[in-house]
Design a protein around this ligand. Structure first.
Ligand code: SAH
Ligand code: SF4
Length: 417
């Protein structure tokens, strides 16, 4: 008799029940089946036991699957050549390891890539469309991953902030952004490249860093982000160093300590203002957690040292937060915290209420910051022509209309003139 699975996700602990099966389960499409992607080793073990793997064999099978999924990057059970056909069939029947659908892939003149992925509901709520960006540089390749569709917060300079939260992404959906980007960039060394993937003749890794700086506030989706990042940094799998994983938060103070303790990644803080009055306005979470609390949490960030600094992001808004007095206050505010400062030229979007600071002003601001001992702080916007720059991601379900796109192109052209 066949068996079917009923997996109910309850917090981080999936409850797995085996139930008698009918033919309907056989016909379940991959979109409806529970996924094995994004489960930690314990939950993967439970999922294997649920399809009849003997308890004694579970550890070995978990290791096998882990290797196939996260070292070899396969998304088809039939490629697991050291797993018996019989077990592969049972796995196939009950679960999926399929990638999301690629709705679009855009390549910028500067090599930046932006994908729009569509995830089925798989019990998590509405099907959603998610944007992910890849930024190649000389010495590294960074993947910018989304944690939510939309955002509950409403930072006034951020395009995502104008879109209500649609839902949190699951651990599978967060991790799959990395897996499918690796497929497309031909970044699984031993895998056959899928059709149309970028050629990769070198042994160099394409994705060396990840940043949780796409859509959404990662610390409002802590459990799923944590699961995904722990798998991304697992030494027997995707093996990204935690020093090359950065989580950016607008300042969800109560979750900062847990981020250091439980994920252990690098931290970035979207600071953007040096006094509560302005920060209350442009980063509204500041009304709840004031600058002093935020900076205290930073000072106590587990693992903080001169070798493991916090990055403070500061978006340059003309006439709003870009005076030299602001620059001096910024330096003073961060005194005693091992810090890096990233100045982000504001990226406009249709209807945005700000302009980017003048280039001379950004440089003068950067000089003050430089003189205080912080190196090369201005971040060049990337992928502007495909609307892939920081703060420009707004999903998917709300694509830019033609008129909006034209308005944006005009605003950008004016900014670059
Ligand atoms: N929600 C998280 C992470 C996503 S935003 C956070 O706020 O930190 C990633 C970075 O882009 C943040 O520092 C954010 O403040 C910045 N950002 C948002 N909109 C921007 C824009 N229009 N131009 C430049 N940077 C922007
Ligand atoms: Fe949300 Fe971050 Fe945008 Fe603020 S900057 S609205 S927290 S995504």
């Amino acid at each position: 008799m066949a068996i079917s699975l009923d997996i109910a996700h309850k917090h981080s602990d999936p409850l797995i029940k085996i139930a008698a099966v009918d033919d309907e389960a056989v016909a379940k499409s991959a979109d409806e089946k529970p996924t094995l992607i994004g489960l930690d080793r314990t939950d993967l073990g439970k999922a294997l036991e649920a399809v009849g793997v003997a308890p004694k064999q579970v550890r070995m099978r978990v290791n096998q699957l882990w290797h196939w999924l996260y070292v070899r990057g396969i998304s088809d059970f039939d490629k697991m050549t050291n797993v018996s056909k019989e077990l592969r069939n049972r796995l196939k029947f009950a679960y999926t390891i399929a990638r999301p659908e690629i709705v679009s892939e855009q390549v910028s003149v500067d090599g930046t890539r932006k994908w729009l992925f569509r995830f089925p509901s798989r019990g998590a709520g509405k099907p959603v469309e998610v944007e992910t960006v890849y930024i190649p540089e000389e010495d590294r390749g960074t993947l910018c991953i989304s944690s939510q569709v939309g955002c509950t917060l409403t930072c006034t300079f951020c395009h995502t902030g104008t879109q209500k939260l649609v839902r949190n992404l699951t651990a599978e959906e967060i991790l799959s952004q990395l897996l499918i980007a690796k497929d497309r960039l031909n970044d699984f060394p031993d895998a056959d490249a899928p059709e149309g993937a970028l050629e990769n003749n070198s042994n160099r890794r394409r994705i060396t860093n990840i940043v949780m700086m796409g859509m959404g506030e990662p610390l409002y989706n802590f459990e799923s982000v944590k699961k995904a990042l722990l798998i991304a940094s697992d030494g027997d799998g995707l093996s990204l160093s935690k020093r090359r994983i950065t989580l950016s938060t607008s300042g969800v103070v109560p979750m900062i300590e847990r981020t250091g303790d439980e994920i252990g990644c690098m931290l970035a803080i979207s600071l953007h203002a040096v006094n509560d009055e302005l920060r209350d306005e442009i980063v509204p979470i500041n009304r709840k957690y004031k600058l002093e609390q935020l900076l205290d949490a930073c000072r106590n960030y587990p693992g903080l040292s001169n070798a493991k600094r916090i990055t403070f992001e500061y978006v340059m808004l003309k006439g709003v937060n870009d005076s030299l007095d602001d620059a001096k206050k910024l330096v003073k505010l961060l005194q005693g915290i091992p810090a890096k400062i990233n100045l982000l030229p504001f990226n406009p979007w249709p209807g945005s209420p700000y302009e980017c600071s003048e280039w001379e002003q950004i440089e003068a601001f950067a000089d003050v910051v430089n003189r205080a001992g912080y190196a090369s702080p201005i971040r060049t916007p990337r992928g502007r022509d495909i609307f892939a720059a920081c703060g420009q991601l707004k999903s998917a379900s709300e694509r830019l209309r033609k008129t909006e796109r034209e308005a944006l192109e005009k605003a950008q052209a004016a900014g670059e003139a």
